[in-house]
Design a protein around this ligand. Structure first.
Ligand SMILES: Cc1ncc(COP(=O)(O)O)c(C=O)c1O
Length: 507
């Protein structure tokens, strides 16, 4: 059989509706080559005869041939014709019945060992489908965010932005935003830094990831608050660090215990302003001790101030970074909790000697943060809206916490004690009775509440059972409704386990 005759046997399926004809022909010929219906070295019919056979224009057939040639499926010999490429790999070219899939076996390539290990314990946060659900703890009051104002600032910034803002941005962040952040953390948190030390990140989480990758080697030990923020310990472990859980008491991370557990650790991760999730403030004594240890051990301190702006009692506590004289503290902050989650802008304040390394790392991780969003945020800060919003939210969150406490006092008495959070966006409902916090959370979740058991934040050191209740992102009505639902969930659980506990509600 002449090679070109082989082509006569090919049954090309009809083009799909509105499909470009050249693309249809190209796809059909490519499929015939890949699954072996057109053998290696086979000569394709001339463009003229193909055009006649299928009622196509010569131009259409030529376009399909050119595409096949450009992708290396065919080669053209001047004066002789077009041939199926001889160099295509054997196995993908094996002859098979028409329409059969290529013969390559299904891939068994797997995730890396590191990824498999890391992913074992990671919980992926769901995207929000509603706002203000009781007792969501990881969102601020999105219901009260001034979206009209934000939209006006955004429209103005986008209209006036020079074309250069649409080009490649600065890896460390948009300079006016870095200046605004340096000013803000200096005035509000006592952080001492120049704009050059500020690296704008995609939220605090990216800051933690950069820190882990830049400052740690696999096997390095890191002190980590227990209970503590899982997002930090996942990131540290993913970088190959050995996380050393350290108990937390009413003064914060126990530095004395940590010194015994791992004196030569390379890093300590702490949330001194408002410990996650116990909400204690690190004492001055512990702060000084921690700073001394870090300076002596040539270790880093990561200070995560994700929600330090919200303090309801007493004076704001200055950042640990403000006391650092040895350049050991890397400070992490985020706008996701101060404005809204979707903004995904945060920052790291790095000691001068490593700020350039952060900038370079940012450049290979994802080049730079989105410049236009940064420009909008910089303007929002410069015009005073940011400061105003944070002050308003501080007041509102204080009121929301009071509403939660009041409702809990009326309806949850006997079942839980809701702690008075001095700061932050959430508090703990300590459970009374025999029910575990996981069981309590499961029952509450079944009734539609968003509560997390405290035990999911512990690594090694057990804790009295408790539920994390967010209050900042929920209206007082939603908090009251949530408390009613929680009372029903816990009341039922207690009745089943102990044969009946009287609740304030049932009196
Ligand atoms: C203690 C702590 N650090 C960091 C983060 C991450 O913040 P971001 O959403 O800005 O990445 C969170 C988020 O809930 C947190 O609770």
């Amino acid at each position: 059989m002449a090679k070109s005759e082989q082509f006569q046997d090919l049954a090309l399926s009809a083009p799909a509706h509105q499909q470009e004809l050249w693309r249809w022909l190209y796809t059909e010929l490519r499929a015939a080559i890949v699954d072996g219906r057109l053998a290696r070295g086979a000569r394709l019919p001339s463009t003229r005869s193909l055009a006649r056979q299928y009622g196509l224009s010569r131009g259409t057939v030529t376009a399909a041939f050119e595409q096949l040639q450009a992708e290396g499926y065919t080669r053209t010999e001047v004066g002789s014709g077009t041939y199926v490429g001889p160099g295509l790999p054997d196995r993908s070219m094996a002859a098979k019945p028409s329409g059969a899939a290529p013969s390559l076996p299904p891939s068994r390539a797997t995730l890396s060992k590191r990824a498999r290990e890391t992913l074992k314990t990671i919980a992926v946060l769901p995207a929000s489908r509603s706002v203000g659900m009781a007792f969501r703890s990881y969102e601020p009051a999105i219901d009260l965010f001034p979206v009209e104002l934000w939209a006006r600032v955004a429209a103005r910034v986008l209209r006036r932005a020079p074309r250069s803002l649409y080009g490649q941005g600065n890896a460390a962040g948009y300079p006016p935003l870095r200046r605004a952040i340096a000013e803000y953390v200096g005035a509000s948190r006592g952080v001492r830094c120049s704009p050059e030390q500020v690296i704008v990140t995609s939220g605090a989480q990216q800051g933690l990831d950069l820190i882990a990758r830049l400052l740690l080697d696999p096997g390095d030990r890191v002190w980590m608050e227990d209970p503590g923020y899982p997002g930090a310990w996942f990131t540290l472990r993913a970088a190959g660090a050995k996380v050393v859980p350290v108990p937390v008491d009413e003064e914060g991370l126990s530095v004395a215990r940590a010194r015994k557990l791992a004196p030569r650790a390379k890093m300590a991760y702490v949330t001194p302003a408002n410990q996650f999730p116990l909400s204690v403030t690190m004492s001055a004594e512990r702060r000084m001790d921690l700073l001394e240890w870090a300076a002596d051990a040539d270790a880093w301190i990561v200070e995560d101030e994700y929600d330090a702006e919200y303090r309801y009692y007493g004076r704001p506590v200055a950042a640990l970074q403000s006391l650092d004289r040895s350049g050991s503290v890397v400070y992490v902050g985020t706008f996701t909790k101060m404005l809204f989650n979707a903004l995904r802008l945060g920052f790291v304040v790095a000691p001068e000697r490593v700020a350039g390394a952060f900038q370079a790392a940012r450049s290979f991780v994802d080049r730079h943060p989105p410049t236009l969003d940064q420009a909008i945020l910089a303007e929002f800060i410069a015009e005073g809206h940011f400061g105003h919003h944070v002050r308003r939210m501080r007041q509102t969150y204080g009121e929301r916490m009071a509403a939660l406490k009041k409702a809990a006092g009326e309806r949850l008495g006997g079942l839980v004690e809701v702690a008075d959070a001095a700061a932050g966006m959430r508090t703990i409902a300590w459970l009374n009775g025999e029910i575990s916090d996981r069981e309590a959370a499961r029952r509450a979740q079944q009734l539609g509440l968003e509560v997390a058991p405290l035990s999911t934040f512990t690594m090694k050191y057990g804790h009295r059972p408790g539920l994390i209740l967010g209050f900042a992102g929920c209206s007082p009505e939603e908090l009251r409704r949530g408390v009613g639902v929680l009372a029903a969930a816990l009341g039922a659980a207690h009745r089943e386990t102990r044969g009946g506990v009287r609740t304030a509600e049932g009196k």
